[in-house]
Design a protein around this ligand. Structure first.
Ligand SMILES: Nc1nc2c(c(=O)[nH]1)N[C@H]1C(S)=C(S)[C@@H](COP(=O)(O)O)O[C@H]1N2
Ligand SMILES: [Mo]
Length: 453
């Protein structure tokens, strides 16, 4: 593929401020955060009760309906007037759902406003992340930028450099596309065999939305980019971190979007309101938020965000640069670490699969640590560079089990085991860990994060 800009060189190791190894050790020693586990146990109770209809669980529960006032007596809400419309002019989740939140990992350090809050994957259905739960990752905090004052410029190797207002952009022919965004550092702790306590913290720098905006190719044409000599574009954010990323011109002309819309409304401030870049299949850092400028150039810019950050430490001491694509990956979101199976019997194993190179072709699931595999059901739609939901039946016999999922994409790429990945990549990396994830189910029903080789 001509998309990737490949370059390998010896570069000094970046100062490490992402993983707080001391806290990480405490988590791995302690297994998991006790308070959090209590919450998940309760929420899983509620979730499995809600899921019960139409399953073996429903049959098991049927005998206990006798004498249950919740079904025998009409509830208050069946006999009274409801609240009037527009009491919540902007609709909010039920008061019974207020525990489902973006959270900061107990194992990571917040460096002033630069931080990350993870998406609670264990509590979500389907493939779209509700906008209020879309993960947020900022190098310098977030802003609520006045759209009437926001400007977007295209300059560099173009015939007509232009400055656009939001009104200019929103008059253009727009498209809407569903794509996942994953931070390159998602699942970073697993490189060092640090078992973070829940799927929210191991995989929650992952979200998926419908984005609306104008193709970057349209804007590049509008400015008359230099077709003969242009090799790359540089995207620049208007925030205090001056986030800057080089993107190859092939990719920029392919499926990159300059967007204002997310899930049918304007972007949320945390996610770059009023304008951000969408770079399908590529690590989150290139999806520049509060986008202010695109410069067309003829060589990679090697900015701070691509020369000392977001490089992959290899076992031979070299660093890989511009390894942008998020390779095929999947994870079981329920049952997952921190949850508890309350009884033997039927469970729906469910999870997410995605590939930065196209569509998911197949997901296999193992309940015995990778010895035997069964093919899961993929729920539609299955879209390119988008999350795909998978489901598979499982009857738990009460003995210890190790749950894994393995995704295969349309290029034939198979998601690797952690030891296969380590053999190539070593253990010093932070980024691009797409290994198969293992969840151990103990006899007690408690599910925890383990590594299986
Ligand atoms: N301007 C700007 N853009 C940015 C960032 C930033 O700090 N500033 N963070 C990047 C990183 S590292 C990621 S993973 C994604 C996160 O996008 P989200 O906050 O919408 O999930 O935005 C990227 N774009
Ligand atoms: Mo990121």
């Amino acid at each position: 593929m001509s998309h990737e800009i490949k370059k390998t060189g010896r570069i000094l190791r970046a100062p490490e401020n992402f993983v707080d190894s001391r806290l990480a050790e405490e988590i791995s020693k302690d297994g998991m955060n006790k308070e959090r586990r209590g919450f998940l146990r309760r929420s899983f109770l509620a979730a499995s009760a809600a899921m019960a209809s139409g399953t073996a669980l429903a049959q098991a529960a049927a005998s206990s309906f006798e004498g249950d006032s919740n079904i025998l007596t009409l509830p208050e809400h069946a006999k009274t007037l409801g609240k009037p419309v527009a009491t919540n002019a902007y609709g909010m989740p039920s008061k019974f759902e207020t525990n489902l939140l973006r959270r900061e990992s107990p194992g990571l350090t917040r460096v002033s406003a630069a931080s990350v809050a993870f998406t609670p994957l264990q509590g979500l259905f389907g493939i779209i992340t509700p906008s209020g739960l879309h993960f947020e990752r900022h190098h310098q905090g977030w802003y609520d930028v006045d759209p009437s004052k926001h400007r977007f410029m295209i300059n560099g190797m173009v015939k007509n450099p232009k400055v656009y207002t939001m009104d200019d952009l929103m008059r253009m022919p727009s498209v809407s596309r569903m794509h996942f965004i994953e931070c390159g550092a998602n699942t970073a702790m697993e490189w060092g065999n640090v078992a973070v306590p829940t799927v929210q913290y191991s995989h929650g720098m992952l979200s998926c939305s419908e984005f609306t905006g104008v193709p970057l190719s349209y804007l590049l044409e509008d400015c008359g980019y230099d077709k003969k000599n242009a090799r790359v574009v540089l995207a620049e954010g208007s925030d205090g971190s001056a986030m800057t990323r080089t993107i190859s011109i092939d990719r920029a002309l392919d499926d990159v979007l300059v967007v204002w819309g997310m899930n049918g409304e304007m972007l949320r401030p945390e996610n770059g309101y009023p304008l951000r870049l969408v770079v399908p299949g590529v690590q989150g850092v290139s999806w520049v938020k509060w986008l202010r400028r695109i410069e067309v150039g003829d060589k990679p810019y090697a900015t701070k965000d691509e020369a000392i950050h977001y490089i992959d430490a290899m076992p031979d001491g070299t660093f890989r640069q511009y390894t942008s694509i998020q390779e095929t990956k999947s994870v079981i979101t329920t049952p997952s670490a921190g949850q508890t199976l309350l009884d033997k019997g039927f469970y729906n194993i469910t999870g997410l699969a995605w590939s930065g190179r196209g569509k998911i072709k197949r997901v296999d699931v193992s309940v015995d640590g990778g010895r035997n595999w069964r093919t899961a059901r993929l729920e539609t739609p299955v879209l390119s560079k988008c999350l795909t939901r998978f489901n598979i039946d499982w009857v738990w016999d009460g003995s210890p089990a190790v749950l894994q999922s393995r995704a295969i994409d349309e290029t034939g790429y198979v998601q690797p085991k952690i030891n296969e990945l380590r053999a190539v990549r070593g253990t010093k990396s932070i980024y691009h860990n797409n290994a198969i994830q293992s969840w151990k189910v103990a006899e007690s029903g408690e599910v925890s994060n383990v590594q299986v080789y």
